[in-house]
Design a protein around this ligand. Sequence first.
Ligand SMILES: NC(=O)C1=CN([C@@H]2O[C@H](COP(=O)(O)OP(=O)(O)OC[C@H]3O[C@@H](n4cnc5c(N)ncnc54)[C@H](OP(=O)(O)O)[C@@H]3O)[C@@H](O)[C@H]2O)C=CC1
Ligand SMILES: O=C(O)CCC(=O)C(=O)O
Ligand SMILES: [Mg+2]
Length: 738
Amino acid sequence: MSTIIYTHTDEAPALATQSFLPIIRAFGKHADVQFELADISLAGRILAVFPEFLQENQRIPDALAQLGEYVLQPEANVIKLPNISASMPQLNAAISELQSKGYAVPNYPSNPQTDEEKDIQARYDRIKGSAVNPVLREGNSDRRAPKAVKNFAKKYPHSMGAWSADSKSHIATMSSGDFFHNEKSVTVQEPTTVKFVFTDKSGKQSELRKPLKLLAGEIIDATYMSKKALIAFLQEQVKDAKNQGVLFSLHMKATMMKVSDPIIFGHAVKVFFAPVFEQFGDKLAEIGVNVNNGFGNLLAGLEKLDSETRQAIEAKIAEVYAQNPDLAMVDSDKGITNLHVPSDVIVDASMPAMIRNSGRMWDKNGKAIDTKAVIPDSSYAGIYTATINFCKENGAFDPTTMGSVPNVGLMAQKAEEYGSHDKTFEIQTDGKVEIVTENGTVLTSHEVEAGDIWRACQTKDAPIKDWVQLAVNRARLSNTPAIFWLDENRAHDAELIQKVKTYLADLDTNGLEISILAPEQACSASLKRMKDGLDTISVTGNVLRDYNTDLFPILELGTSAKMLSIVPLMNGGGMFETGAGGSAPKHVQQFNEENHLRWDSLGEFLALAVSLEHLAQREGNAKAQVLADTLDAATEQLLLNDKSPKRKAGELDNRGSHFYIALYWAQALAAQDKDADLKATFAPVAEKLASQESEILAELASGAGKAVDLNGYYFVDADKVAQAMRPSAKLNAVIDAL
Ligand SMILES: NC(=O)C1=CN([C@@H]2O[C@H](COP(=O)(O)OP(=O)(O)OC[C@H]3O[C@@H](n4cnc5c(N)ncnc54)[C@H](OP(=O)(O)O)[C@@H]3O)[C@@H](O)[C@H]2O)C=CC1
Ligand SMILES: O=C(O)CCC(=O)C(=O)O
Ligand SMILES: [Mg+2]
């Protein structure tokens, strides 16, 4: 038996897994392939790291730690579904839910005093935010829309909001004092250990963290966001949004940049609601309000106050709402704004959604309105400026004719900013931060002020070399021009460009079109080609990997869930991510309310096929190759027949699409002649599924429209989910008999 690890995650993908996994286990068995489930859900990760708080029978192994080791092995083969990268409000909600179910995990200590509390906080901080992907991503990223998917989008285009030249929507970003403008970068030639030294105004020195080992050839950067510059910028933007009559909308990545971005988010809340904090700041501090966790944290805190104070604060909030520009809303029916919870509006998915919607976000009445999208740091904001300007000039893109922008992204070994939260600090007093080698050489030095956010960021040499190779391979295999999105005027990129040039010179690039352009220019060039129906590979660092693999797929395909997302692991294994998006909380809400799961598992189908193919090639398993090929054929069939989930209850949903993939897969296995055993096994399966199609669909849809109780959100009742996700006795009978 060969093994593929399938991940149990959260929210919509975790629900889908309960329907899909039994099917793939039944099919895989006949090619000697088994699927092992690894629990990396938020709740599972909490339980795994607090065994001493739990009863014996409640303890579970630390699957994430095990997978972190496993991905370094050449035999690794992992199918990774999206998981929750928890903001503080989500982490607290998951903790309460576990406690309410008799799991005595500790509370999150927001102000730890004892060593024990500090240890608990440190353990939770390792669970918080984007804590799974960086551990597993021991390779760079190859994300693209497979041909069948692209063809489907051309044939059945998704809706695209129109754009006009007089749209007032725009991006607001800083022109000085931010991470981009303050960056310094050095490549170390020899291995060294560096210290992070802070010197205050009296000359007293301390270290911001424990020393860090750097390898030969590693790039280390340092930069900071000036608090004063940030606040001045935010104040200006609030005023300007009001003057222009557009919505104020903040777009951050507080989940992945889990130290810097919640602080920036907090400043935005404090600036927007400044009169509230001026008058009641002390009272709010007394009750422990921390708006780095969003304005929702303040609202929840009000309950702790006497009714008179509470009413006074509420009146002040109402005044602010009346005076300020309107805020973009996450849920206008429930009054939830963009500033409520830092994980509700995540820049990678939210910006392209806004661009698809004619550059508009929703106001408090649920009306789509032109918007000021505030992205404080200017390192990457330019790509959205370029896209919005392009749409203003050229109108919306046309999915039936537009080309594609696949991505090759540098991300292995926590490359670039997405590995920097353990090196990010909110500075306590005015002074100087220096990165100093063991021989006393000062690599970078920054004068900082209290409240500034200073961060360092590492990028190792081996992943860079691997990334350049991957880019050349993809350019060659797909015969497509590739652009490295790097800015020679940015300190970090200038170091990276030198390496890219060196490694490109070592490779055969004969006949390939490879260029290097700053992100904004690279984006404009790619958009122009895309409009003309041409493809261009974007070769980017980690952050633009994240942004581009939502931006282009959402414009091209309507969602990034339909992407092939491969991580060729540097030690020879393979990780296959399912799509390029997240865990779709809105889909769970709909499922709970009306038993309809609109989650599209196309990403899972695509990932499974490449995972089986990888296994077939590594282990010489010819049957697995047949499974892979027939699954691809089935997926194409599914697209051609438009059997993907629809949006409304009563229509085909996730479970129905799983029925069709099983049917088409069995039919393709029955039709092939490479493997007689598989043909013989699956021919009757195909027949049984086809002959019972209407009864199975009726059973699957029998609960549509009614609420479903899964007894929880983060830690649902496994039996209830299994029942809800496998409601067709007829389908189950065929699958379970395999
Ligand atoms: N790889 C990973 O592990 C990732 C995890 N995340 C995490 O996911 C959570 C949600 O993130 P968010 O930014 O809201 O982005 P999501 O990608 O989860 O959702 C945005 C929207 O995209 C659409 N969508 C996404 N996936 C699918 C799918 N499979 N089928 C159909 N539609 C889909 C849905 O649109 P509609 O509602 O219109 O149907 C959805 O509401 C967060 O906790 C985040 O940290 C985010 C990105 C990657
Ligand atoms: O890890 C995360 O929080 C999100 C990952 C993500 O958005 C991506 O890889 O595209
Ligand atoms: Mg992303």
